[in-house]
Design a protein around this ligand. Structure first.
Ligand code: FES
Length: 134
């Protein structure tokens, strides 16, 4: 290999290698979900959907779903494949990705499609009309 070609190849590698590292760290971030802790006041009309079984709200990148009376689950709303925002499907009781059809159950487990890993889940506790998600 000529010196000029070697230097050209080396410069190309040096330019691409850091980008590959950045993309890899983005994938890891999407797989972990947000670190968040917040409260929801069920008396607030903005969260009225959570008073109905099957109702859901999204806050701080986390979808909170009322699965039964006074029973809630909370999961990252970001698909672990390429980061699209998931939608809760009340009929099938799962989370569906609009981008490539990935599906997750309410424990965050991948049910189908290309997502490589489960969703991050959060604990939800209730005290009176206050839900604490963390
Ligand atoms: S981004 Fe969700 S399945 Fe591809």
């Amino acid at each position: 290999m000529e010196r000029r070609n070697f230097l050209k190849a080396a410069c190309t590698f040096c330019a691409i290698a850091p980008m590959a590292g950045i993309m890899e760290s983005c994938k890891k971030q999407a797989a972990t979900g947000p670190n968040a802790s917040f409260t929801i006041d069920l008396a607030d009309p903005g969260y009225a959907a959570l008073k109905t079984v099957g109702g859901s709200v999204v806050k701080s990148g986390i979808i909170v779903i009322c699965t039964a009376t006074d029973t809630y689950v909370a999961l990252s709303d970001t698909c672990t494949h390429e980061g699209c925002q998931l939608n809760y499907n009340q009929q099938s009781n799962d989370l569906v990705c609009p981008c490539h059809g990935g599906t997750f159950d309410l424990n965050g487990k991948v049910l189908g499609g290309p997502p490589p890993s489960a969703l991050k889940t959060y604990t939800v506790t209730q005290s009176g009309t206050t839900l604490t998600v963390k």
